[in-house]
Structures are given as structure tokens and as C-alpha cells.
Design a protein around this ligand. Sequence first.
Ligand code: ADP
Ligand code: MG
Length: 582
Amino acid sequence: MPQRIRILDKSVCEKIAAGEVVQNPASVVKELVENSIDAGATRIEVEIERGGKELIKVSDNGEGIEREDVGKAFLRHATSKLADEKDLARIGTLGFRGEALAAISAVSVINLTTRTRQSIEGTLYAIERDREVKCEETGCAPGTCIEVRDLFYNTPARLEYLKSASQEASAVHDIVARLALARLDISFKLISGGRTLINTPGNRNLEDTIASVYGRNTLEDLFPVKCHDDGVAITGLVSKPHGSRSNRTYQSFFINGRFVRSRVIAKALEDAYRTLIMVNRYPMAVLYFKLDTEAVDVNVHPAKLEVKFREEERIRRAVYSCVRTALEKGRWIVRAPAKTPAVFSKPEKTSESPALQKNDQRVQKPRVVEETVEYNRIEMDNNIEGGSSKIPPMKVVGQFLSTFILAEGQDCVYIIDQHAAHERIMYEQLTGHLREGKMASQALLEPVVVDVSPIEMEAVRENLSLLSAIGYIIDEFGAGSLLVRAVPVFFGVPQSKEFLNEVISGLIRQGNKDSQGLKQDDIIRMACKKAVKANQRLSPSEMDNLIQELMKTDMPFTCPHGRPVFVTLTRYQLEKMFKRIV
Ligand code: ADP
Ligand code: MG
């Protein structure tokens, strides 16, 4: 039985985060779909034309609205989900403000049909710019179907602000994707310009839903995480180090079933991938959080997209340790292209990306791109139960191009980038020394004067403790100069003046956004870059040594910049390439 709709008291309204709910088609879709979810629907279909600028249609099989209540639903602060202030502290539904339908109907033309399961007749209701134009009986299936046409037709300024149809459609895709991932038990369909872009099974299966939303290929780049830490339960899938993306669109966080954007979570997630992925790459993640409703406030953002954690630090720590621990347990060895090169055989077509799913004959060009991607795909081994050392046993057989070490493993050959390997070793050793306060420093017999600009001086002043932690003793010396009394010693080599310049520009580049830890990391990475051997002939014992040292590291699979240290070719791949097996 649907709850009756009532108008909220003024006192409750004043406690609700106010602001614009409707900025673009995607925000309309979000509000309408959330209403369908709140109405207990198990099937929700979204249809848009011209990115939603012309038409947004959302149909559901939810509980419907009683005829006498339909008009009320479009009034401000009319809701069936909240009775009084007390309810605000424990919101269980997605909506609770009673503002969305009012806001949408003020800037569009709406047609709604709805029927509750208890009534034999449905209601057809039309409202145009806040004015009811129709309310009559109609025959329809139980549930609600709402059509929003000509969004912002009466507010030209906002109409102007909308992006192109394809950009708006992609924003709608993103939001429906997130809503579908939030509710694996509901079947979602998104149709844009007659093409089905999303069609989830609603079978509670995360993998199936991701496959429907982002394409089945995406699953190969992901692995599961699960943990319960300090009152925070986290489950979901995150990317393997080499499954990273060029932006954050593929990061979705759900708190108690609600999709939220959260800088705290994104930052903690990205910190967990530190030194495992390259700069300007972002891990993909679909993470579900279970928290006490008291531990999170959803009433801080008009579209409820942002939340406030009562204890941010607890969330941050939980995310970081959950993901980092899983990453550290994995065996992330890059497998050389699984398919034989295109000259030998053409890669077969793989499942299509979501944007070009289903019978669309027009899109031909991206096929070529897909083949290239398939051929270059990097595959990872993820053996979470891996042995005591992360690296499988191997025997060095030689060096190639003075740059790569070739080693023989069980049923495979490893190709190791000696530079990347050495960088990883040095990075972890320096980090270890720094953590234990064992960083070596050398006092200069003659202090050196280094001239700096005012900005550089500022950066030095702000980071004195960090600089001293890595081994510098620096004083200010007049207006634009520093007096350097001691310098760090990395692997027995006292660092030059140039290195200090590099460190200072690094500090400026980073600004004060990031934590000390991150800056420290960067300085260590700079140090590694300088000290590491590259393009160098190595003796067999030097190579053995390098592998032995690499075995001792925590994360041997990437250099500190996130590039791979190993690539492997398996017996199977070789036999396939040589046509020993078919
Ligand atoms: P809120 O979701 O915050 O309550 P809305 O303006 O989004 O406010 O919706 C107002 C009311 O209209 C809801 O409380 C609900 O009772 C009713 N309603 C809206 N959409 C649906 C739907 N798809 N199915 C059933 N009831 C709905
Ligand atoms: Mg709502």
C-alpha cells in the first residue's frame, strides 16, 4: 500500500539542504529513477531523445500513486517519505524532500500515468509549468510512467547552458549506470535515440551488471575486494594495476545503497594504488559501503550526491587498507599479448563496448580501434593466495639489449626491465630508511649558498621538516638565498645542488594540496631516477643480485612510477605462436 503524500512542516523544510535539484537531463533522470526505486520497482526503463532535451521517459512497475495524491506530488515539500524531523536522522529512502517533481514540473511539460496495484483504473495526469491541465481515468499497467518533454523550454538561460545531445546522453548513461550498480536487484534499461545502451538483468550479480553497463571486457581488468574494518564494511571490485583508466568516470561508490561522489573515498582509493599505476591514470572501482546510518549525513547536498562522514579518517583508513592489502597480496605479472600478432592471425572480434551495443550498423570506425586494443591488451595474473615471495622462482638466462633481463620460470619466460626493477628496489629501501629515521645525511665542509626565487623560498619554508627528514639541513641566508649545511646521501652518493633544485620545483608543483607522505614519495622517486642503472651491461651475478633484492620488495610488479617490472610469455603462448598446438 503506498504511503500517503503530505506537505512537510515549515520547520522540517528549513532543515533540509536547499538548492537546485534540476540542472540537466541527467539530474532529472536521477530524481525520477530514484522515485521509482523508492516506489519498490523491480523494473525501470529510461528512454531519452536528443540527450533528454526533447524527451525523458521513466517507467516503472512500482507501487503507483493514488489518484487523489497525484496533484499533491507536484507541490513543493510534498512527500510520502518523511513525516517529521525525527525521520530526517534515519533516512531509508532515496528521496525525502518532496522537491523533485515540483522543480521538474516548473521547467517542463509533464505527462504521467500511474496505477496502484489495488485500483482497477489508472490516472492520466498532465501538468504544464506548474498548471494542472489534465487529471482523468485511464487504463494502464500497475506502476508509474512519467514523460518529461522540452526541459527548460520556459527558461532560455538554462536551456542555453545545456551541452550537446551526445554529451547530455553520456551524462545520463553515467547516472543510470551508477543507479543500476547501486541496485543489482533491479533491472534497468536505458534507451537513447532508440538504441539500448544499458540492460541489466536485476539478478543481484555484480559481474553481470558491470558487463551490461561497461561491457564484458571490463571484467578482465577487475578483481574483488572485501573487508570489514572498524565498523566499515566494504565489498566490490577494483582494477588490477594495469586495468586503470584515464578518468574517474569508472569509479562508483555506494554508501548504504546510495550512489555518492566522495573525494575522501576517491583519494584513499588512489593512495592505495600509489606507485602501482602511472600518473594521470585512475583506478576503476565499484565499491559498496555499509555504515551505520548515524555515521553518515546525506542531507548536505541538494541532489544528495555528496555526503558528510561523521568520521572521515575512519573511512579513509578503511578504504586504503582494504584495497592496499588486496593489491599487496596479488601477483601482478604482465602477460605478453595473449593473442598472436596480427600478421599471423587476425584477432577475433570481442564483445562490444557499451556505447556501441546491439544492432547499430552505423558505427564502423571504432572496430579498428577495438582490434588494436585487443592486441595490446595487457593481462594480469592475480594469484591472491601467492607464495611467501611475491615473485615466482626464476633463473636468469641472460640480458637483452643491455636493458632487459631474461629469466626462466616454471613453464614461462620472464622479461624484466632492469631499470624498473632497480628503481623499485631503491624506492622501497629509501622509504624503509625514511620510515625508520635512518636516512643518511652528510654535513658539508663548506656550506653552499643556493639562490632561490620568492616562490621557491616559500616552498622551502613550508616544507622544512620534510627536507630535514630526507637529510637536508638548510637555513635562510638573506633575502633570496639558502644556506645548505647538509645534504642527503642516497646509496652512498651525497646529492648535488641540482637535486635540491629538482626537489624544490617538485614541492612547488605539488603545492600544499597533498600530504607530506605524497611529497616524500615524489622526492624518493626523483632520487631513484638519478641513481638507477639503465642501458648497462650487467654480469650474471649482478643480475642474480637484482632479482634477489627484488624478491624482498613489497610490490615487485611495478616501478614506483607504475610501469611494469615484469612481462611473461607462457609455454602455452609460445607453443601457440609456433603452431605446436592449435
Ligand atoms: P520525494 O521523492 O523527495 O518524496 P518527489 O518530488 O521526488 O519527492 O516526489 C513526490 C512524491 O511523489 C513522492 O514522495 C512519492 O510519494 C510520489 N512519487 C513520485 N514518483 C513516484 C513513482 N515513480 N512511483 C510512486 N510514487 C511516486
Ligand atoms: Mg524524489
